[in-house]
Ligand binder design. Sequence first.
Ligand code: BES
Ligand code: ZN
Ligand code: ZN
Length: 485
Amino acid sequence: MNIQPIDSPISEFTCDALVIGIHKNLQLSGQLADIDRATDGMIQRLIDQEEVTGKRGDLVELLDPRNLKASRLLLVGLDEADSLDQKTAFQAAGHAAKHLAAKPRKRVAFYFGDDVPDDISSAAICGMMTGCQGQDLYRAEKKLNVPDQVFWYGVNQPAIDEGRLFGESANTVRRLVNEPPSVLIPSRFADDIRHLVEDCEIDVEVWDQERLAQERCGALLAVARASVNQPRLVILRYRGAGAGDPALALAGKGVTFDSGGLSLKPSDAMKTMKCDMAGAATVVGTMIAIAKLQLPVNVVGLVGLVENMIGGNAYKLGDVLTARSGKTIEVLNTDAEGRLVLADVLNVAGDEKPARILDLATLTGACLVALGTNVAGLMTNNQPLCDQLVDASKKTGEPVWQLPMFSEFGEQIESDVADIKNISEGRWGGAITAGKFLEHFVGEIPWVHIDIAGPSFREKPQAWIDAGGTGSMVRTLVELIRRLA
Ligand code: BES
Ligand code: ZN
Ligand code: ZN
């Protein structure tokens, strides 16, 4: 897809489709007034008839609008003009783009207003790019078609470049999540990562099974043991600020398939478990974005890639594992594997001496129960860092919500036979007991755990994005890292 700015009068622009953002209670002015004039007052009439309301989620398509050189006009709601934010722009652009992508298009133009702030324009461009990209990787006849050329009115080149970068990063995350689990096995994931960061200033180090054993990553290796596909740990180093320790480590759960292990999942719960590497994919997408933006900051990304399977050599309930940190873990449920993988990944992250750590993981179904499918759960040992992340997410409109880390939750994972156990007695507060487990492996380093079990994957399509991986949190993490730089 090629994206270009335009500044010629949009009412005279030749294209397959012209997408126009409409606000609530709008006084037609500027370019919109021109279009209204060209169409003999059609836009105003539609507003008067309340056919076009400007409400978020509204989409009205007009075919062959008279006196315009566009073959169709799409009017999308942007809510109130004075409160236009990234979320509304992202979803509105995605909605229009997804609608248009039902057929191949050559030229599509967007107009969301004359003075849209750059960050909102780039969120819209990102939304447009994710909107027209489907989960149909393996479908001969695509359900969604990416348009050849997109034109955006009133946007400068840097905002376009940034929007395109966010869109590409999010779509990379989505593609990785959407790959079938027998395709994206750990070794292939590691190869893809090498490939993806080839044209970035990122150093890649890959630990194979042998190295993981030398490093005594006993928790990660136990999870991987029953799979014929060997695990990997990938370290990505981006040094935008030159020498010195990283300002941030990003750790990701990369369970390329979670069968549950001997605590086998029922079919219905297993069928979406290719998504269990979304944390790792989000780390990779974010590293690519900050490297291409050349942010002046050092960040290290670490992803633990394993398959959680069954077999004669599977790790068992009652096993006691020794994590890389030396802590011993009693295994009471092999489906609580993400925290075991992250225990070792977080310990390796600590060796990099980062000033802070964030981890991303599709860690618990309990987080979905607590917060629903759209909201990421945050757990922290450092309130100021968590507040920074919450602030960044308010700007990007990717919702997060903090959960408490009271010590009572920690008591629930005390074990009689080892230092800790990998599940609590009951299932209540399961997102938090998982967070408490991870806290054991970050030491004194300020840290936030981001449980993305909900927002990273959709079973059903939405108006602005197809089902499958969502690519969520990339824009929020880049926003946070920008503020650290
Ligand atoms: N990968 C799952 C969590 C998950 C559930 C992610 C639904 C996305 C959607 C995780 O490994 C898991 O199975 N967790 C268990 C923990 C339990 C055994 C303590 C869960 O949530 O049921
Ligand atoms: Zn599991
Ligand atoms: Zn899992």
